[in-house]
Design a protein around this ligand. Structure first.
Ligand SMILES: [Zn+2]
Length: 472
């Protein structure tokens, strides 16, 4: 389903069946190429050998060159702000649009998370292993399958549409998404013209299941800061003054308790929720996935998925206070905590921060001195589902999967999407993906479902063919 105002016409059935044939015929080489990429342990974290990331960038660049669609494919790096350091290598290619057609930017990343403890893997993490419908290995899904989705879709499109493809194509395969995309903003600034597009496909998210696709339309933002409460100029013996002056912990506990209502719902005026429809998730699944202990209740209000996708949340993620081992009979003069809040799509992170600040600083318990510092914010992201590209991808998914997509949210954030929105405010961003609920990205035994891969490739090929048939 789509809220789009744009006419949703099906793709020419002959094009769809020719693309399906090409994707199917190409699948063995797609899987072979994916396997070769998985064999390169391209972990982008500082403590790992950057030679592997460089090697995987070259391997991806070669695959992109072999599509024959680009005059020039480069491996480039950008600085990381003014730190003097340089980011990991990304692959960049562009083919200009012709005849007034749109340009689509295809994004994925070729770096991976560390494999963790080898003992937790049933098969060697960097030895791609086929079992049943799934290919196992670190990066087999996140996000080397995203890389191969772009490559294989381009191969199929070239085969079916031919060399006179008019739609513009930009390709950006990042090399450090798993390490915070540190040079992403600089990369965008440096290569603005090469990356400029009307539609951006970010192939790094999830599907509803192996048979139902999803398009991610909402991502929560975040606000984090240190909160400090002071009540006394110095520590005092609890026997001498306990019961007459408040210690900082007592005031902090009361202050933190005021952030939630009795059901654990957020109770801060000014933090907004997003009004949206949510698919049903069973409490049983949630309990199992989260490891919620017997008898412990869920928190908040409304459908379970609305609490994660469309409502704010507030968590205390750290505390500086005397440790239990070092505790003496003392009234603490000062306590600090780290607050991590998630912001619902639709509310600017700065506005959410103001609401939290107002709540915490106004009339604190016992008149305690409350201060906030070390603030970090990231805006949420909400796709305008009335745009023409959403209509296109919805049709393409329906034709590629044989099932209409579910519009989903993500409780977490993809911070670089905010950079994309800032640099290309007029582009439509489509967050698609190759994962499914059993992918285990970032965990041991990560795997890619090959049926999902095939459907994701076909979807993207159809999307590109549709854009090729449209005038801007
Ligand atoms: Zn990823």
């Amino acid at each position: 389903m789509t809220d789009s105002q744009h006419p949703v016409r099906p793709t020419d059935p002959r094009t769809v069946s020719e693309l399906a044939e090409a994707v199917h015929a190409g699948l063995p080489s797609t899987i072979a190429d994916l396997s070769s990429l998985v064999r390169i342990p391209s972990v982008s974290w500082d403590a790992f050998d950057p030679a592997h990331v460089a090697e995987s960038a070259e391997a991806v660049a070669q695959l992109v060159r072999e599509t024959g669609l680009f005059d020039e494919v480069t491996v480039s790096r950008a600085p990381i702000g003014d730190t003097g350091a340089t980011g990991q290598p990304a692959v960049l290619a562009r083919r200009e649009a012709r005849d007034g057609k749109k340009t689509v930017l295809l994004y994925a990343h070729h770096d991976v998370q560390p494999q963790g403890d080898d003992a937790h893997w049933d098969t060697p993490p960097f030895e791609p292993t086929l079992k049943g419908d799934r290919l196992y290995g670190r990066g087999a899904s996140d996000d080397k399958a995203g890389v191969m989705t772009h490559v294989a879709a381009l191969r199929a499109v070239r085969e079916v549409v031919g060399d006179d493809l008019g739609v513009g194509i930009a390709l950006f395969i990042e090399g450090e998404e798993e390490f915070g995309s540190r040079s992403f903003a600089d990369f965008l600034a440096q290569h603005r013209d090469q990356l400029a597009a009307d539609v951006i496909v970010v192939a790094d998210s999830d599907n509803w299941s192996t048979s139902v696709p999803a398009i991610t339309v909402g991502l929560r933002g975040n606000v984090t800061f240190r909160l400090t409460v002071r009540t006394l100029a110095h520590a005092s013996h609890s026997g001498m003054l306990g019961g007459v002056v408040p210690d900082a912990m007592m005031a902090m506990v009361r202050l933190l308790a005021s952030l939630h209502d009795d059901d654990g719902g957020v109770a801060v005026a000014g933090l907004r929720s997003r009004d949206a429809q949510h698919p049903e998730q069973s409490e049983e699944t949630l309990r199992e996935e989260s490891g919620l202990l017997e008898g412990v209740r869920t928190i908040g209000h409304g459908p379970l998925l609305s609490r994660v996708w469309s409502q704010p949340s507030i968590t205390v993620t750290g505390i500086d206070a005397p440790t239990v081992a070092n505790a003496s009979n003392t009234l603490s003069p000062e306590v600090s905590v780290r607050i991590s809040a998630r912001v619902a799509p639709g509310q600017p992170a700065a506005e959410a921060y103001e609401a939290l600040r107002e709540h915490l600083l106004t009339d604190p318990p016992f008149g305690a001195h409350v201060s906030i510092d070390d603030v970090d914010t990231g805006d949420p992201f909400l796709v305008d589902t009335s745009g023409p590209a959403i209509a296109d991808v919805t049709v393409a998914m329906t034709e590629g999967w044989g099932e209409a997509p579910v519009q989903t949210g993500i409780g977490g954030s993809i911070p670089f999407i905010a950079d994309l929105v800032k640099t290309f405010p007029h582009a439509e961003i489509l967050v698609t993906g190759v994962e499914d609920p059993d992918t285990r990205a970032h965990s041991p035994n990560e795997s890619q479902h090959l049926g999902v891969l095939q459907k994701a490739i076909l979807t993207e090929a159809i999307l590109i063919a549709r854009l090729d048939a449209e005038i801007r």
